[in-house]
Structure formats: C-alpha cells, structure tokens
Design a protein around this ligand. Structure first.
Ligand SMILES: Nc1ncnc2c1ncn2[C@@H]1O[C@H](COP(=O)(O)OP(=O)(O)OP(=O)(O)O)[C@@H](O)[C@H]1O
Ligand SMILES: [Mg+2]
Ligand SMILES: [Zn+2]
Length: 380
C-alpha cells in the first residue's frame, strides 16, 4: 500500500512546520544556540504539528551532523541524512521512545521510563521520550513522572503532547516549557494541499481543495487524509491512459461527496434566500440538497456558522481580518454584502431558530423537517 500522504508530507524541518511561527522561532533559536530544553509540553488542536515537532526536537538533539559540524548546527535544523535522523524518521531509534499514554494509561510505560532514563543512550547523544495523549496518564503515572520531569539526567529530554492541556495537573505543567499549537487557517491548509496535489500529480479544482481545507477544521492531518481519500475516487484526477488524455480531475462535487459537506457557495446562496425572506425558493433549495444526498445536519451547522459571520460583520466590520482566517477575501466580501442587505432582527431570529432545529435534527430520522419548520415559522 502507498504511504499515507500525511506521513509522506510530515515536515522534515522546523521551517516546514506551517502556521506555528512563534513556536518555530523559539525552538529554532534554542537549537541554533544549542540550548534546547529537557522538558516540553506541546498542546493544542489535533493535527497541528505536536508529534511532528516533538520528533524534530528528537532529531535536533541527536543529529550527528549537528554534533560534528558547528557551522551546520548554527542553522538550527536537523540534517535528515545521518543515521540518527533516519532512525528517528523510521521510528526505530533505540534512544527515542514514543509512549502512547492512551493505551493502558501509561502505567507500565512510565515505570519503564523511570527505570531506563538514567542509563546512557545506546547510540545517540540523547534519550528522548515523547509521551503522546499525555492527558490520559493516571494520577499515579503523573506522580511517578514528576521527579524525573523536574530533574531529568543531562542526556535526556521528555516531551508531552496532548490535545487536552486542562487535564494535566499543574504540578506537571509548571515543570516544563509549554507551547500551544493553533488550529490552522484555511488558507494555510489550502497552500499545503495545493503543493501536495502538484507533487502527487493529483488534478483537483481549487474549489475542491477549498472544501477539503474547510472540512478539516484546522487540522492538517484531516486535510491530508481527505485528499488521500478523494484522490482514490474512481477515475478522479488520474491519467486514464488513453492517448495521454487526462480525466477531468477532482471537482467540487467529488469533494462534497467525500467530505459530506456542502461548498460554501451553496451555503451562501441559501443564506441569501433567507435574507430575502424568499421562503418558496428556500424550501425548494433545501429539497434539492436533500435529494442530492447532502448531509443536512452538517449543512445547517455550516449555515449557522455562516449567518453568525454575516451578523458579526454587519455589527462590527473590523472583524473582517478575523473572518479571513476561515474565508477567502471574496467570501468575506460576499458575506459583508449579504449583511448590508439583511435585517439584524431577521438574522438573529433565524440563527436562534436554526440552532433549535439543529438540536432536533441530530437525532431525527427526518432531518429535513425541523429545518423546514424553522424556515416557515420565521420567514413567512
Ligand atoms: N504545522 C504543520 N505544518 C505542516 N504540516 C502539518 C502541520 N501539522 C500537522 N501537519 C501534517 O499533519 C500530520 C499530522 O501531524 P502531527 O502528528 O504532528 O499532529 P498532532 O498535532 O500530533 O495531532 P494529534 O493531536 O492528533 O496527535 C503531519 O504528518 C503533517 O503531514
Ligand atoms: Mg500527535
Ligand atoms: Zn542528522
């Protein structure tokens, strides 16, 4: 089987870690000066670079070229070619141990860590322990870790990674350097997807890339997995072999099918009907979406988010910059125009009604009904 895209395109250098500029800058400066820490906590949303960066630190600490060539070390990046760098990439370095705290809640693993961390590394300069899903550790495991975290032997470093920082005891968090990993803006995800598609010769429309990036909700891994899934659609984006002719490539409709989401264009068109209080066409539109097999629960969720943005922009136009994290410039412009045409009272009433409908739809065998009722009740 081909290697998953998200593994193939895992950043090999700090410079390739996108959207986490502050973290990259601090870590790179530390690496340049040869002053990397011994205890780190990486926390934040899924698929944003925590495990990736932890492995990069392991490489930075153990890269042979960095050790042997002071000029190279000043670049603050691993070489990715020496024995240690390659072993870490292949996840078979004796001295870099990844612990999954979710399995067995880490009890045996932390005990092993305590026993083994004192002995010198087998072949590398440092022993690096990466504890993933660290919030799953038991109280006893946390306690066992405390002393080691406070005073690790000179040759060791410990990196905790978690999506749930609040679940770590403060006794642990106060003993480590903490780095937050932010959700990625849609535009950043789109850039990486576009470059992967080019390298993999996947032919895909920009609108499809955009929908994948939106559906990933800030996670690079989700975005890359969706691209993987979509690129294996029957005939999509591949050479069909006949006279070197290409198939059409992956379209927005393909992306809608795989992500179960509807493109923002449809959400905008529907919101426009709401603003115009065009109940007749709105019901027609909804039925069409339903017939075409769109997930209406997801559609309603997207619609609520969108109307909220329209309302916020109407009330406070300076939110434009914030909105451009999730939306393209054109989309923000369209949302602003929609807000100008809209009545605040109607927007507020509709958002409330849609949220109520959402709660009812989620467990209903006829998701369309609560949505239709909400429209009829509030627009006529
Ligand atoms: N900041 C980033 N820049 C570029 N690619 C990234 C970034 N973050 C994640 N990726 C991509 O997503 C994949 C998964 O990232 P990673 O394993 O580091 O996520 P994570 O933050 O540890 O997520 P989780 O909390 O789910 O463990 C990487 O292999 C890489 O392809
Ligand atoms: Mg991870
Ligand atoms: Zn190296």
């Amino acid at each position: 089987m081909a290697q998953a895209l998200y593994r193939k395109y895992r950043p090999q250098k700090l410079d390739d870690v996108l959207g986490q500029e502050t973290n990259v800058e601090i870590l790179k400066n530390a690496a340049k000066a040869g002053r990397l820490g011994q205890a780190y906590i990486f926390y934040g949303a899924r698929g944003t670079g925590k495990t990736t960066t932890a492995r990069l630190i392991a490489k930075l600490l153990n890269c042979e070229k960095r050790r042997d060539d002071p000029e190279f070390a000043k670049l603050g990046e691993p070489c990715n070619e020496c024995r240690e760098c390659l072993a870490i990439d292949a996840q078979n370095s004796f001295d870099v141990v990844e612990i999954d705290a979710a399995s067995n809640r880490g009890i045996d693993e932390i005990r092993n860590l305590k026993e083994n961390i004192r002995t010198s590394p087998a072949s590398a300069d440092h022993k690096v322990y990466i504890i993933d899903e660290a919030h799953m550790l038991t109280g006893a495991a946390f306690n066992a870790l405390l002393k080691t975290l406070e005073e690790p032997p000179k040759h060791a470093a410990i990196i905790l990674a978690t999506t749930e920082f609040e679940k770590l005891p403060s006794t642990i968090t106060s003993r480590a350097q903490r780095f937050i990993f932010k959700k990625l803006p849609k535009a950043t995800i789109m850039e990486k997807l576009t470059s992967i598609a080019a390298k993999e010769k996947i032919k895909i429309d920009e609108a499809a890339i955009e929908l994948i990036a939106a559906a990933a909700e800030g996670s690079f891994r989700d975005a890359e997995s969706l691209l993987d899934q979509i690129s294996s659609l029957e005939g999509a984006g591949t050479d069909d072999g006949k006279d070197g002719a290409k198939s059409k490539g992956i379209s927005l409709a393909d992306a809608e099918r795989v992500t179960g989401r509807t493109g923002l264009k449809k959400v905008h068109e529907f919101a426009d009907l709401i603003v115009k209080k065009d109940i007749k066409d709105a019901l027609g539109y909804l039925n069409e979406l339903n017939e075409d097999g769109h997930n209406l629960v997801q559609f309603n969720k997207d619609l609520i988010h969108y109307l909220r943005k329209v309302l916020s922009l109407k009330v406070n136009p300076s939110l434009k910059a914030v909105m451009e994290r999730d939306l393209t410039r054109d989309e923000v412009a369209a949302a602003i125009a929609l807000g100008v045409a809209a009545d605040i009272a109607v927007l507020v009433k509709m958002i409330k009604a849609l949220i109520r409908a959402y709660a009812e739809m989620r467990y209903s065998p006829f998701a369309i009904v609560p949505l239709e009722v909400a429209l009829v009740e509030n627009l006529s």
